[in-house]
Write a protein that binds this ligand. Structure first.
Ligand SMILES: [Ca+2]
Length: 207
C-alpha cells in the first residue's frame, strides 16, 4: 500500500501514455508485494506436543536395629548361665537391602569362652522358647573379638554367604542367645567383655 501511493504521487506531472503505463506498473507492483506478503504469512496448519514429567527419584538404603543397645547382657555370670534377647532389624529405606553383622568385643578371652547363637523365625524369643523352633544363622560360636568377626555374612560389597535380605520397609527378628558353657576354665573369672554388633547394609539391585 505504501509503495502504491508513492508511485501514484510521482507520476502526476507526466504525459497521458506514460502515466497509464506507470499506473499499470505501480498496480502490478502493489499486487506483487501483496502476494509476497500473503506467501510469508501463509495459513498452514501446525501443532506441537510436549512430553513432560520425566522425573527420577533415587531410592534409599536405611537399616535400623531395636533395641539400639544391650539386647543381651548378664552381670555376675556363672558357667552354665545364658541370656536370650530379641533384636528387630528394620529396613527403613525404600530399596531392598542385604545386611551383614560383625561383632567387636572389648577383650578376647571371655569373648571366646562365651557361645553366641543367632536364630531367625523363633516364635517366642526367650530361654524357654529359643530351642523350640527357628533357623540358626550363626553359631554356636564366639561372641566376637577385638578385631571383629563376621557373625552374619560379610560387610564387603557384594553377595557373601549368610547375608540376610530385607525388602523395602521389611523387617525381621534375630533371636540371640549367649551362653557361658560349663566346660570353660578359670580364664574368664572376673572378666568383663562388651560386644558391639555392627550392621552393614547394601542395596541388592545391580549388586
Ligand atoms: Ca556383602
Amino acid at each position: 500500500m505504501r509503495v502504491s501511493i508513492g508511485m501514484v504521487g510521482s507520476v502526476t506531472s507526466l504525459a497521458g501514455g506514460s502515466v497509464t503505463r506507470l499506473v499499470i506498473a505501480a498496480l502490478f507492483f502493489a499486487v506483487s508485494v501483496t502476494a509476497v506478503v500473503i506467501g510469508v504469512t501463509g495459513a498452514v496448519f501446525t501443532d506441537t506436543q510436549s512430553v513432560g514429567a520425566n522425573t527420577f527419584t533415587a531410592g534409599t538404603v536405611d537399616i535400623a536395629a531395636s533395641p539400639a543397645s544391650a539386647v543381651v547382657s548378664f552381670s555376675s555370670m556363672a558357667p552354665g548361665d545364658e541370656v536370650v534377647g530379641a533384636l528387630t532389624v528394620d529396613n527403613d529405606g525404600s530399596l531392598e537391602l542385604r545386611y551383614a553383622v560383625t561383632s567387636t568385643t572389648t577383650e578376647n578371652v571371655m569373648a571366646a569362652d562365651l557361645d553366641m547363637t543367632i536364630k531367625t523365625g523363633v516364635t517366642t524369643c526367650t530361654i524357654g522358647g529359643f530351642a523350640a523352633d527357628g533357623t540358626i544363622v550363626y553359631g554356636p560360636d564366639d561372641l566376637g573379638s577385638t578385631a571383629g568377626i563376621d557373625v552374619i555374612g560379610d560387610p564387603a560389597q557384594g553377595v557373601q554367604g549368610g547375608e540376610r535380605v530385607l525388602a523395602g520397609a521389611g523387617s525381621e527378628v534375630l533371636c540371640i542367645r549367649v551362653l557361658l558353657p560349663l566346660s570353660i576354665g578359670n580364664a574368664s573369672q572376673g572378666v568383663t567383655t562388651t560386644a558391639q554388633f555392627n550392621f552393614a547394609a547394601e542395596q541388592t539391585a545391580n549388586n
